[in-house]
Design a protein around this ligand. Structure first.
Ligand SMILES: C[S@@+](CC[C@H](N)C(=O)[O-])C[C@H]1O[C@@H](n2cnc3c(N)ncnc32)[C@H](O)[C@@H]1O
Length: 343
């Protein structure tokens, strides 16, 4: 067996990509309206809110694997150039991991688990709730959401700005960036997840606890404190006692949050132990590079993620080189009405 196959990857899976020498951006980014919006984002938003644009920038630049035509516009020139410069530097240094790969893999993992969860409901209406939705465009880019109602929750200024950018795109002559919804419906809720009224706000715009629901918590939990993050998870588990619920979330371990402790707060080294205490069952955990979380993008067996996967998860420091073991766990869990009957 080759090293690639041991990592769950074969040469057939491998995505080979040549990065462009120069970054070419859409003309739409240079219209006065869009420039003004992004200037305001850069000057007025804090780093937590700006992270929405950075994530979109990674998706825009990894567009050979994540098809997200609106991401460029939502990311803005500054975030795109910053991420592109990092990618160029990694390529020059022959880095084993290219900047943004972790976000590309994460997005693809959420997309694939979301589709599988909807299929597992075996028809019927389903709701998708994205907490900390930022510049996510799943409601416009995933064809398998046509029977699903989508709800996005984020801070008021993020939700408002996103709507304004998408409106500007709709009014432009650049046809391939016209937002065309692929979901059955989309509702945006302006709320702070640290205030416990966000569920009521969701219900006001049509969220129904008795409908099967997939909750997407992508890149959000670690911006919250431990008590706020666990409260959000408890609210989800409690709110869906009447229907099937699938939770998809990523968790940083302790060492990952230490990389930027002024921004990242909540961490969890053992999500499979925490989630059952909050009301979830059937927890499945993947690490970046696992067979269901590489998408042909992590073919070097010696890259950071593949080396980490070979170490026990209890290790905080890599015994080979003394570097911290920074992990991002991709976690799926569920809750079903029968679970409550049994309790
Ligand atoms: C890293 S971005 C991820 C965005 C999106 N999920 C994605 O993957 O593209 C984190 C998002 O969480 C939002 N966020 C952080 N704390 C929040 C809070 N307390 N309430 C609502 N949204 C929050 C930020 O505004 C930002 O849009």
């Amino acid at each position: 067996m080759s090293d690639h196959q041991e990592n769950g990857q074969s040469d057939d899976d491998k995505v080979v990509h040549s990065w462009p020498e120069e970054l070419k951006l859409t003309d739409l980014l240079y219209t006065e309206t869009i420039q003004e919006i992004h200037r305001a984002i850069q000057s007025d938003w804090d780093s937590t809110r700006r992270s929405a644009c950075q994530t979109a920038a990674a998706r825009a630049l990894w567009n050979h694997v994540v098809h997200d035509p609106l991401a460029e516009l939502l990311a803005g020139e500054t975030s795109l150039r910053t991420t592109y410069e990092k990618i160029k530097k990694d390529c020059l240094n022959n880095a084993r991991e290219i900047s943004g790969v972790i976000l590309a893999v994460r997005t693809l993992w959420f997309d694939s688990k979301l589709e599988a969860a909807l299929n597992s409901f075996a028809g019927g209406a389903a709701q998708i709730v994205l907490l900390g939705a930022g510049m996510d465009t799943r409601a416009y880019r995933l064809s398998y959401l046509k029977e699903s109602k989508v709800f996005e929750v984020d801070f008021p200024e993020v939700m408002q700005t996103k709507a304004t950018i998408l409106q500007a795109a709709a009014g432009s002559t650049t046809k391939d960036q016209h937002p065309v919804m692929t979901a059955k419906s989309l509702s945006r809720v302006a709320a702070d997840l640290r205030d416990n009224d966000w569920l009521q706000e969701l219900q006001k715009v049509g969220f129904e606890p008795e409908q099967n629901t997939v909750w997407i918590l992508e890149g959000i939990l670690y911006y919250l404190s431990y008590s706020d993050a666990t409260e959000v998870l408890k609210i989800i588990a409690e709110s869906c006692k009447l229907a099937h619920t699938v939770l998809l979330a990523d968790f940083m371990n302790k060492q990952s949050t230490a990389l930027c402790s002024s921004i990242f707060r909540f961490y969890c080294d053992w999500p499979e132990q925490l989630l059952p205490t909050l009301g979830f069952s059937d927890v499945k955990l993947s690490q970046i590079g696992d067979p269901d979380a590489h998408f042909g993008l992590l073919h070097d067996p010696l890259n950071l993620f593949n080396r980490l996967r070979s170490l026990p998860r209890s290790l905080q420091t890599n015994p080979d080189d003394g570097t911290p073991c920074c992990r991002l766990y991709l976690v799926q869990a569920s809750r079903s009405p029968t679970q409550d009957i049994q309790q």
